[in-house]
Write a protein that binds this ligand. Sequence first.
Ligand code: FAD
Length: 535
Amino acid sequence: MSDDEQIYDYIIAGAGSAGCVLANRLSANGRYTVLLLEAGTKDTNPWIHIPLGYFKTMHNPKTDWCYMTEPCEGLGGRSIQWPRGKVLGGSSSINGLIYIRGQPEDYDHWRQLGNAGWAFKDVLPYFKKSEGNERGSDDIHGGDGPLKVSDSRAQRELCDMFIDAAVCAGIPRTNDLNGIVQDGVAYTQQTTHKGLRCSTAVAYLRPAQSRANLSVVTRAHVEKVLFEGKRATGIQYRTPSGMKRSRAGREVILALGAIGSPQILMTSGVGPAGHLRDHDIDIVHDLEGVGGNLQDHLQVRMVYRINQPLSLNDDVRNPLRKAMMGVNWALRRRGPLTFAASPLSAFVKSDPKMATTDLQFFMQPLSADSPGEGLHKFSAFSTSFCQLRPESAGHLELKSADPHVYPAIHPNYLASETDRQAVIAGMKITRKIIACEPLASIMEEELYPGEHIQSDEELLESGRETSQTIYHPIGTCKMGSDAKAVVDQCLRVHGLKGLRVVDASIMPTVPSGNTNAPTIMIAEKASDIILGDLG
Ligand SMILES: Cc1cc2nc3c(=O)[nH]c(=O)nc-3n(C[C@H](O)[C@H](O)[C@H](O)COP(=O)(O)OP(=O)(O)OC[C@H]3O[C@@H](n4cnc5c(N)ncnc54)[C@H](O)[C@@H]3O)c2cc1C
């Protein structure tokens, strides 16, 4: 094992959505030395930068950790794939590019849980600071931030028809799904710039990478945090040239994501004491909540065959139209290759009595047997939805003390009756939209789950059989002050010194929407907290 001679002020473990933000902000004033460690490679694969390229990078072990969950009772005993980005930019380099912040009430709830400084009024400045929205700035949006946010460059007749049908079904048309009130249907804004993906590696790391005080090491698999007593003093990591240790003069910051951060805390001796003892890990600090509170959005998909050649399936089947897709992107950075995972979203209440929306609907003008597989050879489109604030929470635990062995992921989907009712309600609302014009006239058949599925029991059963993650795991190092909390409101690990966690794992509850923008907001705010602590 070799010791890196240099002591860095800050060592950031993980160059994902949060890690790249931290690396930029903490190195910006030039006063502090920063080491950023990432297990994946540089983001040189061209498919990372072409928006629709997530079909090539997701489930690809060169860019995706390719986790699998343990069998889940709520999904009829199925194990499902859990992609996570393994490359500079992390999951922001392979994600579906949808830019959604959630509802103001989500953050007010974090504050209600005791986390001072995390109410919507407190986090809004950080959403704005990060955001470079091509529509410009206003009271709630930023126009100059590093994270470029753009309108869709691939509006399509079939998507327009879905929006019109949703409006006909009673869902209001909106122009801003990130407004103070979230309700409504619209084309989604996305984290792209001039038709190219804007990951945090592109937005935050590239502009900082030439700074003399920032060192970035890729293919560096973090194995454990090093401690002297209760103080974190460095990191041990493995590179192709062997095991190394680097020392942190000020702080170690874990930004390894909702799976990596709790896993590495536990392999370092921070976690539930009984569980660590089972794996013969020396206990640095008994912290019951590490790996608990695992929340995710479950995606239920439905597929519709149509009688008009309006879907992307038709473009891909036709050699001329397929070639035009490539030409359109190469020359104009427009067309289907710029698609986010869903070009549009609708936020809807499953019950009008609810205070805020609890379901998010998506629509893709294409279809396949499962996401990422070859497109169907007929005209069809897919819709899906997820419940925004699931009650079911799971946990993550070690299978081994070896940090290279993936942990066991127990998502515990659909454990609560509320969550099961949301599946049934979402499928019924989808059918209501599909039955409205202008979609009704082009409808041929419901392929999944199929019109024979009618009763609530049948709907739920088909949801159990086919649902997938929508890739939003959070909460496994949650912020708070209760017995299960892992970090405090300044994101310092309870009971230890010199160690913070800054990534999606600190969220106490999952926001009502996609999780990339909230994670970037967290890292922006954490950077200010850390620099502020220095006076
Ligand atoms: C396929 C997919 C689609 C998604 N679609 C959307 C979307 O459309 N919109 C949206 O808002 N959100 C989306 N998300 C979710 C969003 O991207 C994540 O919530 C967010 O990126 C999480 O950021 P993070 O910093 O917590 O983790 P990550 O971005 O995953 O970063 C963690 C980093 O740590 C590295 N790492 C982990 N373990 C180690 C280790 N032991 N040693 C060294 N490095 C390590 C990883 O390689 C990674 O680079 C999607 C996610 C995925 C995977």
